[in-house]
Design a protein. Sequence first.
Length: 258
Amino acid sequence: MKLLNQVAVITGGGSGIGRATASLLANEGAKIAIIDHTQASAEETVSKIINAGGIAFAITADVADAGQMEEAFQKIIHQYQKIDILFTNAGINGVWAPIEDIAPDEWDRTINVNLRGTFLTTKYGVPYLKKQGGSIVITSSINGTRSFRKIGATAYACTKAAQVTFAKMLALELARDRIRVNVICPGGVLTGINESTTKRHLDWIPGAAELMKDNIPLTGNIAGTSEEVAQLVLFLTSDASKFITGTEIWIDGGGSLS
């Protein structure tokens, strides 16, 4: 087992990439703590892990709420006594619309969940990782980092670009503490994130419909799976990548190259 007796904290672990990663890391011997805004979904992930012989528990928290996140990490330490891995994965697409049609509170919600949530997860998790070293992996996206075709997804793309900078800054800051920080940038992946997407008034933008289509050369436009992304997270949290930090890795079947 590649992660035997390590403790992994996963935000957004109730579905999609978070759930697949939680299951895979548990299979590799990690003890899992799920932080999710929906208790039922988080408990489903926990049940799946436990039924497979793993160890996991769930905490309900809003990743954008400082008080809730601080309390969540206190509960994790009470349960497991340490933290080795942070998978900062929770995020939303938010509102995709022409810039003049995005309300300030809609912009703020996307920024708060995706970027503030990344900050708070790291802020409250790092003090525990510093005790023995560890690995942080952040879920960004091809959007805002190597692809800019998703017309109207301005707030989302800005948070994804900022997450890459955030990781690079922390990779240098935390290197002396033996904490590695890396970023994954998925492209088209079969998850439930589209349920958090509101698209408005994009039909009148010339060429928007064509630009919005996913182009995945490697698979002929067949989207990737959460399980495939989970394998990348496993690599970045295991000793197989112990000399890698401050790096973004795109996992998109070549979709962001065209």
